[in-house]
Write a protein that binds this ligand. Structure first.
Ligand code: G16
Length: 599
């Protein structure tokens, strides 16, 4: 038998004590995510599924991350990470949901488990003529800083080690890590084929990203003695980089990354770093707060009054609770006529996921041209969602002539589109969640070009070589497995430094249409079903026509859509229009319509 029946039964009773019989779990946008009191049963079943996934893949390391990312402190969640750092494949989301909803009796649950084992692990055993001795299971576990995370992590390690005690099992508990670090280390363990128990951030993640960043600066500013990296600061087109860590795990991990590095410390200031106070997580700070409310997080204002002058040249960014998203912003002086409040003389400018993706796309577009690589050789494209500002899509298509596709919300959808459509696929959600992927062809083209330049009579083509090496270093600096606030932040500042652009230059590339996102609480959000990359509702019937009718009143640039959140118990309403007044009126009208309909 693959599992220890006695332990399975014991843990079934233990973790299902508080199960609400009528509750139905759903694998949402980013795994199971609920109030922490509902999670014990689903932690138990998800751990088993992760174990089976590892067994099916011949013992490849599978990641389990305990986090509810941007959600409030009382929520938590779990997601499974594939061996190469991607999100769990869809067929296994199905098994996870099935098992989580088969908890009526132990007999029923065990039967469902055996059905899943038959179509997964048993199939592998037969196809590869394996014996029980060949079966291995490796799990890399991480958690964010929520109060419930310790308890939930304990359920995962107990379940894996007890239920599969008959097999060769290894669980590496990484403790407090960011979601992207968990993805990175899972991928690293599988790529390097190393024993997961030896995994350490200090010898992998930290030096890898710091090194790539410094190498890029050295490549572009080599007249400075590389030993004197401090001197590079004079090339920074901003003052300090102020990082709002949402009082989450990002503050702990970024601090670890730079703590022995006076150079990084000299240009970075971390705020909202109370990860040891879980009740403050994402409260009035963090990427989701800043993006949704389009305002500064808590504690930046204090900083402004203290350091009035310097702060205007600062570049600010906010991570979310598990540091897989980042958005940037800056302040500039307002014209006196624009003052609403005489104490507030600065204007806030948001540089969100769309601004990040368009800047990166433009940068790679220019680098490819400098490296003399055509669009036929390497296809560059951008993937967005319905939330992308209309101006960003127009800017990509009309100004930059870079293809842009639209997918459903959830980085798993964007990632898939980027990998299948492009060699250099830049994908970001407007909320700051995203990354860039580089196909194997990119590496081949870079190597071939570098080799042919070196061969061709040894004649040097410095600009071309620098462009090729820049591209190569960005493949290192970017965490290609998943959106990563730390790696994305370093990539953005590297682009700004190399292109000698400040935040204002960056923002000037195109002007966002005024936009607004609100949440509406309804009785049953599952009745809201969409089509056309979530831009239109198909259920409840008739509601889309009413939304269309409202939008039509606001002119050709106006747009609004409604979709059920996959991470919170709410329906999201997004709107954009040509003026702030119009967008406020539009979002309120559509929000009222959703609220007043009796769903
Ligand atoms: C997660 C997903 C994102 C998604 C966000 C909101 O982010 O990873 O792709 O945009 O939820 O999703 P929804 O609108 O369905 O609630 P995070 O940072 O919370 O993991």
């Amino acid at each position: 038998m693959l599992y220890n029946k006695e332990k399975l039964k014991e843990l079934y009773s233990k973790f299902l004590k508080n199960k609400n019989a009528n509750f139905e779990y759903q694998y949402g946008t980013a795994g199971f995510r609920y109030n922490h009191t509902l999670l014990d049963p689903v932690m138990f079943t998800t751990s088993i599924i992760a174990g089976l996934r590892s067994l099916t893949l011949g013992g490849k390391a599978i990641g389990i991350m305990i986090t509810a990312s941007h959600n409030p402190p009382q929520d938590n969640g779990v997601k499974i990470v594939e061996p190469m750092g991607e999100m769990l494949v869809e067929s296994w989301e199905f098994y996870s949901t099935q098992l989580a909803n088969s908890l009526q009796t132990f007999e029923f649950f065990e039967k469902k488990l055996c059905d899943i084992i038959n179509v997964t692990v048993q199939k592998t055993i037969i196809e590869n003529s394996l014996t029980k001795n060949d079966l291995k299971l490796n799990i890399v576990l991480g958690k964010d800083s929520r109060e419930s995370s310790d308890r939930l992590a304990e359920i995962v390690s107990t379940t894996i080690t007890s239920v599969f005690s008959n097999l060769k099992v290894k669980v590496k508990d990484l403790g407090l890590v960011t979601t992207p670090q968990l993805h990175y280390l899972t991928r690293y363990a599988n790529k390097e084929e190393i024993d997961i128990t030896t995994l350490k951030l200090q010898s992998t993640y930290f030096p890898h990203f710091k090194q790539a960043f410094i190498e890029l600066l050295k490549l572009h500013y080599k007249e400075i003695d590389p030993a004197q990296v401090r001197d590079y600061l004079s090339y920074f087109p901003f003052g300090k980089l102020v990082i709002d860590c949402a009082n989450g795990v990002g503050s702990y991990q970024f601090d670890q990354m730079i703590k022995n590095d006076p150079w990084f410390q000299s240009f970075v200031e971390i705020i909202n770093d109370k990860y040891l106070v879980p009740s403050s997580l994402n409260v009035n700070c963090g990427a989701d707060y800043v993006k949704t409310n389009q305002r500064l997080p808590e504690n930046v204002n204090g900083l402004l009054t203290q350091k009035q002058g310097a702060s205007l040249s600062n570049l600010y960014c906010s991570f979310d609770g598990d540091a897989d998203r980042v958005v940037f912003y800056y302040l500039n002086e307002m014209e006196p006529s624009q003052f609403d409040d005489p104490h507030q003389k600065q204007q806030f400018h948001l540089l969100d996921g769309d601004k990040i993706s368009t800047m990166l796309a433009k940068f790679f577009h220019d680098i490819l041209a400098q490296a003399k690589i055509s669009q036929d050789e390497l296809k560059l494209g951008v993937v967005q969602t319905a939330y992308a500002n209309g101006s960003s899509t127009l800017y990509l298509k009309d100004n930059l002539k870079i293809p842009a596709s639209c997918t459903k919300t959830g980085v798993k959808h964007l990632h898939h589109e980027a990998v299948s459509q492009y060699d250099i696929g830049v994908y970001f959600e407007a909320n700051g969640h995203g990354t860039v992927i580089f196909s194997p062809k990119v590496y081949k083209v870079i190597e071939a070009k570098l080799e042919s330049i070196h061969k061709s009579s040894g004649e040097r083509v410095p600009k071309e070589i620098v462009a090729l090496k820049t591209l190569k270093l960005f493949t290192e600096l970017i965490n290609q497995s998943v959106g990563d606030a730390i790696s994305d932040m370093l990539s953005v500042i590297a682009v700004l430094i190399i292109s000698q652009k400040n935040a204002e230059d960056w923002n000037k590339e195109y002007k966002d249409l005024p936009n607004r996102l609100i949440k509406v609480i309804v009785d049953d959000r599952t009745v809201f079903k969409t089509t056309n990359a979530e831009r239109q509702l198909v259920s409840p019937r008739g509601l889309q026509e009413k939304i269309d009718g409202i939008v039509a009143k606001y002119g050709p640039l106006a747009r609004s859509f409604v979709r059920a959140s996959g991470t919170e118990d709410a329906v999201r309403v997004y709107a954009e229009a040509k003026s702030t007044e119009e967008v406020e009126a539009l979002v309120a009208e559509v929000g009222e319509l959703v609220k007043s309909s009796s769903y």
